[in-house]
Write a protein that binds this ligand. Structure first.
Ligand code: BES
Ligand code: MN
Ligand code: ZN
Length: 498
């Protein structure tokens, strides 16, 4: 994250350089920013003509002024009646990409008057810029150096600098978590297998300030984590369970526990997947990646709460030691499941992790998982599936969803669905047939959370960009880091209520 943000006291008319001005499509000659008549005249040359103010549309306008902006980057907000926070994130993200493309090293951002608190406006602008500039270039021999180095928020009123600085800091720390989640999820499976993921978690923990414990095979056996052991059995890379803890309280508070599926590669195992798009299954660790990113952001922000992150981590491979269809597995809480498909592996590793999570006497349990293709069939790639046993909690998450633009949509978890996952020979079976596949997977998980308030997020459609994903400036191709901003926003709101 190589952009430096700072606050500058001054007026647009007096600062030379590149300035970003947002414009509504339907208020094209009246940008939501205080401008001199002279600058308004300049904008009139293109506004409503070459530049329409559509969402994510940009236009770079040289001014030829001797004093004041040398260039104005116009960025479209779309229609004012359709404005949402995400429009702001997208508009400033797109402007940043444009500025980067033009190889400018710095830019001014006069603070716009939008229908949001100034803190939230700044936070959203910083998110848009940082997230759009993310690049995964670890495996490129020639790395392009980022041109944009400095962003100045331009304000006239000195009394606001403290607030602005705080919003910048908040957004930077959240984005650091998103970057980590994207980096991990984008890693190829030959370089990111369970033990490697564990090392990465340890490294993030020591940097951000949270504890990390790794449970390896022998401990997993002692802990009777039959799901993780079965799924991990087919690979030469042994499975691990990563446990992370950050305590920002005086100690002993009930923890928020977040659980993330990390299948470093999902070949399907013995029930092997077709080869088409199988390379995308490196992203099957996105839930776990998000949990590590959330831990990092929460610790950097020093949130005054207790947070436990659990990441069951396996590679799902076919081999002579792999688990098979027909096998019966026993989980940590004593329940058993008959394996119908070794490709329905996520729920098996989550079962152990969730059973372990509820032993922590949690306040809330949230899991994130690229769990089912069926969730993509149901909702497409625009929203994560949301499932819960606690409507109040779901409402809070959905509120954060609106604010962060990380869309979620609730699906029912009626008891009737449980019929589909009853087995003749074990307590459960791991596949409930084609109908309502995302729901029966969630119903399977619900067997392991007892009565803890619980949310399951199926991020199969949102964890990485796919053919039908909406193109957004701040979401480059590949892993999106979905879940980090959502859950951090939820946690911050929790603190406001107490
Ligand atoms: N990791 C996949 C789900 C997935 C599919 C994520 C596409 C992202 C994109 C999961 O482990 C899986 O294979 N699920 C099966 C379940 C089925 C065998 C009941 C599926 O969705 O086909
Ligand atoms: Mn699978
Ligand atoms: Zn999977």
């Amino acid at each position: 994250m190589s952009v430096k943000f700072s606050v500058k006291i001054g007026k647009i008319e007096e600062e030379t350089g590149v300035h970003v001005i947002p414009v509504y499509e339907d208020l094209i000659s009246d940008p939501p920013i205080k401008l001199s008549e002279k600058i308004k005249k300049i904008l009139e040359q293109v506004c409503g003509r070459e530049f329409k103010g559509r969402i994510e549309e940009t236009y770079v306008l040289p001014t030829f002024l001797e004093k004041g902006p040398s260039r104005i980057v116009l960025t479209g907000l779309g229609k004012s009646s359709e404005l949402e926070l995400d429009s702001v994130r997208r508009a400033y993200g797109r402007a940043a990409l444009k500025i980067e493309e033009m190889k400018f090293s710095s830019t001014y951002i006069p603070i716009p008057s939008l229908p949001y608190d100034i803190d939230l406006t700044i936070q959203t602008i910083v998110e848009g810029i940082l997230l759009s500039l993310y690049r995964f270039d670890r495996y490129k021999s020639e790395k392009e150096k980022q041109a944009l180095e400095e962003v100045y928020f331009l304000v006239e009123d000195e009394s606001k600098t403290g607030d602005i600085q705080r919003s910048i800091d908040l957004a930077e720390k959240i984005c650091r978590g998103v970057y980590t989640a994207r980096d991990i999820a984008n890693m190829p499976s030959n370089d990111c297998y369970p033990e490697k993921l564990a090392e990465m978690a340890i490294e993030v923990g020591s940097r951000a300030g949270f504890k990390v414990r790794i449970y390896k095979m022998d401990e997993l056996m002692e802990m009777e984590m039959g799901g993780i052991i079965a799924v991990g059995g087919g690979s030469n890379h042994k499975p691990v369970l990563i446990e992370m803890e950050y305590d920002g309280t005086c100690g002993g508070d009930k923890p928020y526990v977040i659980v993330g599926k990390a299948v470093t590669f999902d070949s399907g195992g013995i029930s092997i997947k077709p080869s088409e798009k199988m390379e995308e299954m490196k992203y099957d660790k996105s839930g776990g990646a998000a949990v590590i990113g959330i831990m990092e952001a929460a610790a950097l922000l020093k949130l005054p709460l207790r947070l436990i992150g659990l990441v069951p981590c396996v590679e799902n491979m076919p081999s002579g030691t792999a688990y098979r269809p027909g096998d019966i597995v026993r989980f940590r809480n004593g329940k058993t499941a008959e394996i119908i498909s070794t490709d329905a592996e996520g729920r098996l590793i989550l079962a152990d992790a969730l059973a372990y999570a509820v032993e922590k006497n949690p306040k809330v349990v949230i899991d994130l998982a690229t769990l089912t293709g069926a969730c993509i069939i149901a909702l497409g790639t625009h929203a994560s599936g949301l499932f819960t046993n606690n409507q109040q909690l779901a409402d809070k998450i959905m509120k954060s969803s609106e604010k962060t633009g990380e869309k979620t949509w609730q699906l029912p978890l009626w008891k009737q669905y449980k019929e589909q996952i009853k087995s003749d020979v074990a307590d459960l079976k791991n596949v409930g047939g084609r109908p309502a596949g995302a729901i029966t997977a969630a119903a399977f998980l619900s067997e392991f959370v007892r009565d803890a308030p619980w949310i399951h997020l199926d991020i199969a459609g949102t964890a990485y960009t796919q053919e039908t994903s909406e193109q957004k400036s701040y979401i480059p191709k590949g892993a999106t880091g979905v879940g980090v901003r959502l859950i951090i926003d939820y946690l911050i709101n929790e603190l406001k209520q107490e």
